[in-house]
Design a protein around this ligand. Structure first.
Ligand code: NAD
Ligand code: ZN
Length: 359
């Protein structure tokens, strides 16, 4: 299988590079109804960032609280309908925040031009028309959502991305100054998503020289950021983390994630755990699959005094464990990559339930 992946059209990188936003947007304002939609993480409400944004009177700025729930199809449909009814078709969408905001910006840009509910388009290549211009400015690094070709949405029936070439951002601005305020626990969990992306991308069938090169460099950066004497939240490490996140995302795009992400999807879908935290909760117990990676992960946990909960499964019902195992079992591509084409002969749904019982 040869993957033909659409990359981001343009990327700016560097401290203070947010200042390039005005000149980047200027030519785009000619498009459609000459206004921009900004979707910005609520965290930045009443913070200095707002003064640095070239928001004009005609533009619409929406603050979004990403903490109560991961982005939903309902939120995207409502946002699209509201803007179209009140203002018309924007010249573009600018997303400023973490993975949740990246996905909201990507999804809404597609839904401005594709009729009906976003639930109709959850899956691969179901989107019919290109969306409008969209630009991403990450403020917390690790998920790789800034570079991926999917916008993950939770709908009434499934948690699944709008996945196609048009999902990928037209422009990304990577300004490491923006991640300086991330609290240390979130800095750890989200950064570990990158680390786990790379470990899983490397250890499986689909790994190849291309995905390996990105994972290798991203892992080296993760080790500098999270292990050793210069580890921690420093400006130098913030620069590195933004690049590591992007490269981790590229690595898994050309390869695949594995068992940890399959379990993590179960935890998110059934128990509403956040993606990066769910990965950390699961990864610590996967030493028999990702031995070296898990040992190194535990060193990172110790160095940053992060304590993950233990014995969680004793409070889960059998039904919840079965439901999580069902979600994980359906992620055929992840198991195939991690275990092999004949994975169903080696792993049963009961084995997956037992993996959840380890947590
Ligand atoms: P997030 O966007 O959910 O934000 C996490 C927290 O960090 C929030 O409380 C937010 O307010 C806060 N925050 C963000 N920037 C901050 C800053 N500079 N200072 C202080 N606080 C800040 O976090 P995430 O972990 O980046 O994203 C998770 C989401 O990404 C999930 O919805 C998941 O489904 C999605 N995801 C998408 C992909 C993809 O490829 N599209 C991949 C992995 C995960
Ligand atoms: Zn992930």
């Amino acid at each position: 299988m040869h993957k033909n992946f659409k990359n981001i059209d343009k990327v700016v990188f560097g401290r203070g590079s947010l200042s390039t936003l005005a000149s980047i947007l200027e030519p785009v304002r000619k498009e459609n109804d000459h206004f921009f939609l900004y979707v910005v993480d609520q965290y930045f409400h009443n913070k200095d960032l707002i003064q640095k944004l070239p928001v004009q009177d005609a533009d619409v700025l929406k603050w979004i609280d990403v903490d109560p729930e991961e982005p939903t199809t309902h939120l995207i449909d409502r946002l699209r309908d509201e803007i179209l009814n009140e203002k018309g078709l924007p010249s573009g969408v600018i997303g400023i925040g973490g993975g949740s905001i990246m996905d909201i910006a990507k999804a809404v840009s597609l839904m401005f031009t594709n009729e009906g509910s976003s639930t109709l388009y959850q899956g691969l290549n179901l989107i019919k028309k290109p969306g409008i211009y969209h630009l991403g400015i990450p403020t917390i690094s690790g998920t790789g959502a800034e570079v991926s070709m999917t916008a993950v949405l939770t709908g009434p029936e499934k948690k699944l991305g709008l996945k196609c070439d048009w999902t990928v951002f037209n422009q990304v601005i990577l300004d490491p100054e923006l991640i300086a305020t991330v609290p240390s626990d979130k800095w750890f969990y989200t950064g570990m998503d990158t680390y786990i992306h790379c470990i899983e991308s490397e250890q499986g069938l689909l790994n190849n020289a291309f995905s390996h090169a990105y994972a290798d460099k991203s892992l080296q950066l993760c080790r500098e950021i999270y292990l050793g004497k210069d580890a921690g939240q420093t400006p130098e490490n913030d620069d590195k983390l933004m690049v590591a996140s992007l490269m981790g995302g590229l690595s898994l795009t050309y390869s695949e994630v594995g068992i940890c992400h399959a379990l993590s999807y179960g935890l998110s879908k059934i128990l509403h755990y956040k993606h990066c935290y769910a990965n950390c909760v699961a990864f610590q117990h996967l030493e028999d699959y990702y031995g070296e990676g898990v040992r190194e992960f535990k060193q990172m946990l110790a160095q940053h005094k992060i304590q993950l909960p233990q014995n969680l499964s004793k409070d889960w019902t059998e039904e919840q464990i079965e439901a999580m195992a069902e979600v994980a079992y359906k992620l055929d591509h992840m198991w195939k990559h991690a275990i092999g084409a004949d994975w169903k002969e080696k792993i049963t749904i009961t084995d997956i339930q037992n993996l959840f019982k380890r947590l």
